[in-house]
Design a protein around this ligand. Sequence first.
Ligand code: CAA
Length: 283
Amino acid sequence: MNIEKIMVVGAGQMGSGIAQVCATSGFEVVLYDIQEEAVSKGLANIYNLLSRQVGKGKLSEGERKEIINRIQQSTSLQDARDCQFVIEAAVENIDVKKDIFKQLDEMTRPETILATNTSSLPITEIAAVTNRPEKVIGMHFMNPVPVMKLIEVIRGLATSDETYEIVNKLGEKLNKVPIEVNDFPGFIANRILLPMINEAIYALYEGVATKEAIDDIMKLGMNHPMGPLQLADFIGLDTCLYIMETLHEGLGDDKYRPCPLLRKYVNAGWLGKKTGRGFYVYQ
Ligand code: CAA
């Protein structure tokens, strides 16, 4: 299968990062969002990140122009009809994702592969709303997408070997390292990362140490690039809570119970870096 054109559904932080990586690797990209404003904002983010690379001498102005020119803006899912591949990176809500996949199933050619960047929702359930569950797969990129090497490739119950192989090769073309996992709540990355973050929040909640001390201990003692509370702010506290709830509900063990302090911050609207306040305050 020859992949030339990829639609990315959702122009937020993850979607625009995925679009940037695809266009940088030479693919034609259709960047879709419901509102034109969201697409323009996503494209502006890409332009700014590429400009930083130009400033550092890692990219020429000509290359930046070529990458940007490969990205078509869209507010119609119908634009997926001439794409061989779709990566959905919309909001983490199972009903929204099912609705998008139903529409994509109707609008794309039968051979088009439909991937989702979900961080914890069941691939099998999303695939079940389409008439091509064998061509539905999880492709979980990490934030910030242009920097992080990993793609968790999640096989749903019906995902075919052929689809998996195509996604694996695409991941390598994107200069990433695809790693195969099965479809269980939180997959691997978030099943391990989020309980660590949740435990750090419990430690803060119980007054074991200050937030700075907790983060410094993990940075200096474990060589983590960011402390767990700083990372939680970076991911978004609403996303952290949502993933913990998915783990708690899906795996049924109380060790995944979200910390009440995390819930309190989310209820206060302190969602981390994106709202200017989480465990830390951002200007
Ligand atoms: N977008 C794109 N590029 C970025 C970036 C961003 N938001 N932030 C930093 N970069 C780039 C910089 O431009 C720089 O690039 P060059 O090497 O080409 O110059 C490089 O990353 C290093 O950046 P800095 O020197 O400014 O800063 P740093 O060394 O502190 O690295 C970091 C920043 C890469 C974000 C690092 O702190 C880090 O790795 N943090 C942990 C990230 C992490 O754990 N991500 C996973 C989150 S969990 C997830 O995504 C899954 C989920 O479902 C919740």
